[in-house]
Write a protein that binds this ligand. Structure first.
Ligand SMILES: [Zn+2]
Length: 280
């Protein structure tokens, strides 16, 4: 056998043996045996610890070196850490609800958006068992939302992922038409649903200063949400406009609800999200 090939075999043996060494199971190097005073000595193939043959069995001389204990401890720590990380990733503890929309989601005009906006109210209602995120952006249109907010960073498998989607008020203030805007909403909602989200969408409430032709588009849009194909596609509908018409969502400034108005809207949020999370 050529020297080079033999050297390669030794390296492979050493790599195979080293993990055994960690557990104290050493292997004497058969090629390195020396005799002295009728006793056979060698070294471990893996870790090179000195070994001696006693009553027919090879044993390491003295105790295993300290590094073996340290390496073993480090290996066990790494294993425990890895298991813990794996378990946490596979079993996320808390369900999540993301509120996506414009200033009426953000909570403009609420006395304390952290607790009296709609996301704030749901957090107070659910407590710390549920993660609530407020992705409301003042002034944003539904068209922009659908293009910008993918929610991919929020989604985790192994828990319930719920989104409450509200938007359109700013679109109608910018001359949007009902049919293309509904298509945008439907595509966005279906995309989220396909990504694993439980989706609820809200109707658009009246706002002061909307010209009559835009008011007609808003009403047509709401009819498509309430009576159109969304529900049969597994999308929940939160009819905020009906609550507003019934006087349960008073406005502070002609566009944004008062605290009492947000409380009125929040009842629909709570009914939808609690059902999605199977809390009742
Ligand atoms: Zn060894």
């Amino acid at each position: 056998m050529k020297a080079g090939a033999r050297q390669g075999d030794v390296e492979i043996m050493k790599i195979k043996q080293l993990p055994e060494c960690l557990f104290g199971r050493h292997l004497r190097d058969a090629h390195g045996v020396r005799f002295r005073d009728d006793m056979a000595f060698s070294r471990c193939v893996g870790c090179r610890v000195a070994m001696v043959k006693v009553q027919g069995r090879w044993r390491p001389v003295g105790r295993s070196p300290l590094w073996q204990y340290l390496a073993l401890a480090a290996l066990l720590l790494l294993l425990a850490f890895g298991l813990q990380r794996w378990y946490a990733a596979a079993h996320p503890k808390h369900d999540i609800v993301v509120f996506v929309g414009d200033s009426i989601t953000e909570g403009v005009a609420a006395s304390d958006p952290l607790t009296t906006s709609r996301p704030g109210r749901y957090q107070v209602h659910a407590g710390n068992d549920v993660i609530v995120a407020n992705e409301g952006v003042n002034g944003i249109t539904l068209g922009s939302l659908a293009g910008l907010v993918s929610l991919k960073d929020y989604y985790q498998s192994g828990r319930r992922n719920v989104v409450v989607l509200g938007g359109g008020s700013n679109d109608f203030a910018q001359n949007a038409k009902a049919i293309p805007l509904f298509k945008t909403l439907q595509d966005y909602a279906m995309r989220l649903k396909d990504d694993g989200w439980i989706v609820g969408v809200g109707t658009v409430m009246a706002r002061n200063g909307l010209p009559p032709e835009q008011e007609r588009e808003r009403l047509a849009f709401n009819r498509m949400i309430v009576h159109g194909p969304l529900k049969s596609q597994g999308i929940a509908v939160l009819d905020f406009d009906a609550e507003h018409r019934a006087g349960r969502v008073p406005l502070a400034d002609g566009v944004h609800p008062t605290d009492a108005g947000y409380a009125g809207m929040s009842k629909l949020d709570v009914a939808f999200v609690d059902k999605a999370l199977e809390k009742h």
